[in-house]
Design a protein around this ligand. Structure first.
Ligand code: UDX
Length: 472
């Protein structure tokens, strides 16, 4: 029977981006792939990218769609992500089961699905795969360090360390093995902080912790040299893991030079003029600012960050995604000198080709929400980070950036113009040589892992062989 993989991403920019890269790598290896997107994601993807023409060179690739149960005009922002999970539970889960049981995915590709690769949060998918007796591999698009805190959740609850109602945030955590020396309450995933145990998101993570170790394997967007000790911990529960990151550079290494550019999976239109603006700036002088595809900040936070950037004296490229600043934002109320300075030294836009921006020689630092994709993309380019994490895995990632990999500064839980100004000056000037050395080590290790016979290169080969032989 020919191999046909069904990949089912979480409907968010970061995971969709990753999944399409994995899909392309598998197609190149001769495997048939169907990517199952929600209607909402698929609409945005088709509106803003050339994804259809890009994938048309793979006759073994197909898209299929499924409803997320929400009306078209729902914002699907982090603040209302509970509603996304609700919609998925009531509409997507049963529809997914029906599609799998009826064999509907075979119609386009002429072969039945032989392996399912859903996002790690989709614990329901394992029950369906078991029902129809096909193997399942989870694709964890969050970081390994965050995944480890998810897998430890039952232990954290059992020991009474979670939940802790947002108090004494500097207390060290004892029940995430391997991180006892540096992981504090404030560094745990955002929802561990306040949510009680009956909160739907906590339930989802509890299910994930239960189901992921039962899967045939787990795919991670990381490389051995970066995460060796955490990967050993994860292997104690999930022995079969495939580390195939940095995924975007692994894909580039397997594409012909002529098609390496132009791999955008953006859900918004990219402003490419920012690249010409960057061309006019001095090397390593610009701060790039983005909080990813879902997170939001208040007007007050926006203005604090803006002040901090302007006061630092460095030029900045600021992504202000539609809907990312909440509250009554009125540009005319922003102090005139700030706007004047911004015109001279800032470039504000709604969405950029981030991988290309981070690769630009003018970028000297990245003020980021510490989403895992942004973190990996920054590592690859050797760009030091100022981490201002907001939700989900971001709190864990930013702690690892500052304490484990030492490639940036973690300013979590503060949003103050003086803190931002100091962090920018530290990264671009005061601690520049220190970060230059540490980011170079990480970037070189990442490049080695995707080169021929590197660890991620080899793990991708192993994944492809396992998928083809259907032997796990
Ligand atoms: C979500 C969660 O928020 C994050 O914590 C988790 O690790 C993955 O899922 P998201 O918020 O979208 O992801 O952040 P991130 O993982 O950083 O992904 C954002 C993606 O959007 C990146 O691949 C980045 O290159 C892309 N991007 C961002 C652009 O292409 N242009 C932009 O202007 C901003």
């Amino acid at each position: 029977m020919s191999t046909h993989v069904l990949i089912f991403p979480l409907p968010m920019q970061g995971p969709v981006n990753c999944v399409l890269k994995l899909a392309e790598l598998l197609c190149i290896s001769g495997i048939s792939v169907t990517v199952l997107n929600t209607d909402h994601i698929q609409r945005n993807l088709l509106r803003h990218t050339n994804v259809l023409s890009r994938f048309s060179r793979y006759p073994n690739f197909h898209f299929q769609t499924i409803s997320d149960g929400l009306p078209d005009d729902h914002p699907r922002s982090t603040a209302r992500y509970n509603e996304v999970f609700e919609g998925m539970k009531t509409v997507t889960e049963p529809a997914f089961r029906d599609m799998m049981v009826s064999g509907c995915f075979s119609c386009k590709s002429d072969s039945p699905v032989t392996v399912v690769i859903p996002d790690g949060l989709f614990s329901f998918a394992l029950d369906v795969a078991e029902e129809i007796q096909i193997p399942l591999i989870y694709f964890e698009t969050v970081s390994p360090c965050a995944l480890w805190t998810y897998l430890c959740l039952p232990k954290l609850i059992g020991a009474g360390e979670v939940p802790f109602n947002g108090i004494d945030l500097d207390v060290l955590i004892k029940n995430v093995p391997g991180t006892e020396a540096f992981l504090r309450r404030r560094d745990l995933p955002g929802f561990y902080r306040y949510d009680n145990l009956t909160n739907p998101v906590m339930q989802i993570i509890m299910n994930e912790a239960r189901q992921v170790p039962r899967a045939h394997g787990v795919i991670l967007n990381t490389f051995e040299a970066l995460d060796a000790s955490i990967l050993d911990q994860i292997r104690s529960l999930c022995p079969n893991i495939y580390c195939i990151g940095p995924l975007h550079t692994l894909l580039k290494s397997r594409l012909p030079k002529s098609t390496q550019h132009n791999v955008s999976n953006s859900l918004w239109t990219e402003n490419r003029d920012c690249l010409s603006w960057l061309d006019t700036q001095l090397p390593k002088s610009v701060v790039y600012v983005s909080i990813g595809s879902m997170a939001t900040m208040t007007v007050d936070q926006f203005v604090e960050i803006w002040h901090g950037l302007v006061n630092s004296g460095y030029p900045f490229l600021f992504v202000k995604r539609p809907g990312s600043v909440t509250g009554d934002y009125d540009e005319s109320k922003v102090p005139g000198n700030l706007v004047g300075e911004t015109n001279r030294r800032g470039f504000i836009t709604t969405w950029v080709p981030q991988e290309e921006v981070l690769a630009h020689s003018a970028i000297g630092g990245f003020l980021t929400h510490s989403g895992w994709n942004s973190t990996v993309e920054s590592m690859v380019e050797g760009v030091p980070m100022i981490c201002w994490p907001l939700k989900v895995d971001q709190n864990v990632n930013s702690r690892f950036v500052s304490e484990v990999w030492k490639i940036g500064i973690d300013i979590k839980d503060t949003c103050d113009r003086f803190v931002v100004e100091k962090a920018v000056k530290d990264v671009l000037d005061v601690r520049r040589s220190e970060f230059f050395r540490s980011t170079k080590v990480v970037a070189e290790a990442g490049a080695k892992s995707v080169s021929e016979n590197g660890s991620s290169w080899m793990d991708l080969n192993r994944l492809v062989e396992d998928l083809k032989s259907n032997d796990f």
